[in-house]
Design a protein around this ligand. Structure first.
Ligand code: NAP
Length: 254
């Protein structure tokens, strides 16, 4: 059996886990950071919480005798992806990253592309606006620097707004339909949207809805990630795993 650690927290990590169910070549363990209160039911064994930095991940992989590491974290989870690359190199462990394609600007889009969340707060401008923040919970504090705006913040779990940020939190977990996103942007009188360029179908409707309504988007570009072998389909991850299994079985003389 080939033991695989899957760094997850994304729809694609769960899709990969479903593909691995019943495949007797593999023993997968799906890992979550624990950023949301409830983790949906998973088809394979899972664990929750950080490993304790680079050393913690190294020890976890060694002690668990894992044969391969797959990084299917969110495109903005740069620290975890960095740790995965460092530890794979240290242990000479096969590592593959799944990276979904970024959203591409299309005709009709009015994007202000910025490097990070602080720049996003600055890009909203001086004049008071009704802002739809769809960036999750962790980096909302950056918008304390732009207290003149009125924020509608969507996150998976409810949380208390940091001091100085006016607005309200709504909770929802994607996928979201275009009709629902159009309705939300209209009924909430949104002037501008802030989004990470996460890519993927589950949350793309807000981009299309903003385009249809002529609403600007402050689009936060993806962080830099170390160069490792990367694919963009779950099928390609399965092909890679098949190759890892064949070579590791040969090494073990199976
Ligand atoms: P991060 O900054 O890359 O990781 C911070 C630490 O969280 C890691 O060093 C690790 O702790 C732990 N961690 C992250 N992913 C893990 C996993 N799959 N299994 C176990 N531990 C994990 O990532 P983040 O803090 O989760 O989020 C960064 C950005 O990604 C944010 O913009 C967030 O909104 C976005 N994002 C993340 C998720 C998610 O599920 N993590 C989902 C959607 C969006 P140790 O160093 O202790 O090992």
């Amino acid at each position: 059996m080939t033991k695989i650690l899957i760094l997850g927290g994304t729809t694609e990590a769960s899709a990969l886990a479903r593909q691995l169910v019943g495949d007797e070549r593999f023993e997968p363990l799906l890992s979550f950071a624990g950023r949301t209160q409830n983790i949906p039911m998973q088809p394979v064994p899972h664990r929750v919480g950080g490993f304790g930095g680079i050393e913690g991940l190294r020890d976890f992989l060694k002690e668990g005798e894992f044969t391969a590491l797959i990084d299917v974290t969110h495109p903005f989870a740069a620290q975890m992806s960095g740790h995965a690359a460092t530890v794979a190199e240290m242990l000479k462990l096969p590592l593959l990253r799944f990276e979904r394609a970024a959203w591409q600007k299309q005709v009709g889009d009015n994007w202000l592309e910025v490097a990070d969340m602080d720049a996003a707060a600055g890009a909203l401008g001086e004049k008071k606006k009704r802002v739809f923040l769809t960036i999750g919970r962790l980096e909302v504090g950056s918008f304390q620097a732009a207290p003149q705006h009125d924020y509608l913040i969507r996150a998976i779990d409810d949380f208390a707004l940091p001091a100085g940020i006016n607005g309200r939190v709504i909770t929802a977990r994607g996928p979201f339909t275009l009709a629902d996103e159009l309705d939300l942007l209209r009924t909430e009188s949104i002037d501008i949207v802030v989004s990470k360029n996460s890519g993927g179908a589950a949350t793309e409707s807000k981009i299309r809805a903003a385009r249809d309504l002529g609403i600007a988007i402050v689009m936060v570009e993806r962080p830099w990630l170390p160069k490792v072998a990367t694919v963009d389909t779950v099928g390609s991850v399965m092909d890679w795993l098949g190759d890892v299994h064949t070579s590791s079985s040969a090494r073990r003389g199976e």
